[in-house]
Design a protein around this ligand. Structure first.
Ligand SMILES: NC(=O)c1ccc[n+]([C@@H]2O[C@H](COP(=O)([O-])OP(=O)(O)OC[C@H]3O[C@@H](n4cnc5c(N)ncnc54)[C@H](OP(=O)(O)O)[C@@H]3O)[C@@H](O)[C@H]2O)c1
Length: 314
């Protein structure tokens, strides 16, 4: 294929997504910013156009927590574009509070936005991805999934849809952690399912990126304080955005699929079942290993089936 790719990036109005949109634009790609608030995103679109000298920066409305909005986005996208080369699932909900919230489809908001939404969007865009000769899907995961090194930790498959309303101790942090593990399970499963079409599916483990002032305003006061401290140590969003571009456009990653990459551009490998102390430390502190849980076929199949059921029946 030619050099220019058609790139859809969700949540492209702030943070890593915005920075990545800039970078894709500067490389001359056609960028579709998929954002829920068009009013505030319009300014970002304009800024990217001017700074990159690239006029092919589109802005389409997408609320990733709403199946109707995802369907609407995909219909509009398919009418406007003949194929899709790169799909970056960057948008996420992570308010880290204890407030239980439901999506318009009556699904717990974290899972609706971070897992079921991306699944539905990918399946609706599948035919367009098949038309690309170098289609790549990228999921933004998180080092929060390290909690799954605890062998007792699992996704509460029976409770992620919306049954947690009256459960004591409900926390968005916990749902966020599960939703990001779910995304890794989907990455591995989708890579196998889509191999026959030549579509590559990978994920990036994000350890941290400085949060902007706007992003800090979205989280609860407690998390804002923690995030301000983290910001002193976290790298700027450019670091992760550059890896998005690398994974989605470089020749080095052209044949890569079903992989989780870390912030050093290394492919991560699965951890071990019964680690000795040294290995336990390596798993928890380092970025070379991901939890064994993610590699278990049974978990991948369960997540895939749940996504199919939820996305097709609401
Ligand atoms: N920053 C970190 O330290 C860190 C660490 C690990 C993983 N990550 C992951 O990295 C990705 C980017 O995060 P970030 O740090 O760049 O945060 P951010 O600046 O808040 O960006 C998140 C983006 O997602 C969008 N979004 C949220 N809910 C949406 C919805 N329902 N529909 C459409 N868009 C929605 C936001 O739009 P609005 O502006 O309208 O809210 C925003 O554009 C996320 O997947 C996050 O989980 C980040």
């Amino acid at each position: 294929m030619g050099k220019e790719r058609i790139v859809v990036i969700t949540g492209a109005n702030s943070g890593i997504g915005k920075t990545a949109a800039h970078m894709f634009a500067k490389e001359g790609h056609s960028v579709v910013m998929a954002c829920r608030d068009l009013e505030k995103s319009k300014h970002v679109q304009q800024e990217i156009k001017e700074e990159s000298n690239n006029t092919r920066i589109d802005l389409l409305r997408l609320d990733m927590s709403s199946f109707a909005s995802i369907r609407q986005f995909c219909t509009v996208f398919k009418e406007k574009y003949e194929r899709l080369d790169v799909l970056v699932h960057n948008a996420a909900y992570f308010n880290h509070g204890s407030t239980y919230r439901l999506s318009p489809d009556n699904i717990e908001l974290t899972f609706a936005t971070n897992t079921f939404g991306p699944y539905l969007m990918t399946t609706l865009l599948l035919e367009h991805l098949k038309k690309s000769s170098d289609a790549r899907i990228l999921h933004a995961s998180s080092s929060i999934t390290k909690h799954f090194f605890d062998p007792k930790r699992q996704i509460d498959f029976d409770q992620v849809i919306g049954e947690m309303e009256n459960v004591k101790g409900f926390s968005v942090y916990n749902m966020y952690c599960q939703s990001k593990m779910a995304l890794i399970l989907l990455t591995f499963k989708m890579a196998k399912e889509f191999e026959q079409y030549g579509i590559k599916v990978n994920a990036l483990q994000i350890n941290g990126a400085k949060m902007s002032k706007e992003t800090l305003q979205k989280v609860t006061p407690k998390w804002r304080m923690i995030a301000r401290i983290q910001n002193l140590f976290f790298p700027p969003p450019e670091k992760m955005a550059e890896i998005y571009v690398y994974m989605c456009t470089s020749d080095a990653c052209k044949e890569m699929t079903g992989k989780l990459m870390n912030d050093k551009k290394e492919i991560m490998v699965r951890g071990v079942k019964k680690p000795n102390l040294l290995m336990e430390i390596k798993q928890l502190v380092g970025t070379s290993y991901y939890p064994l849980y993610a590699d278990q076929q049974e978990n991948q199949d369960k997540m895939w089936e749940l996504c199919e059921e939820v996305a097709n029946h609401r």
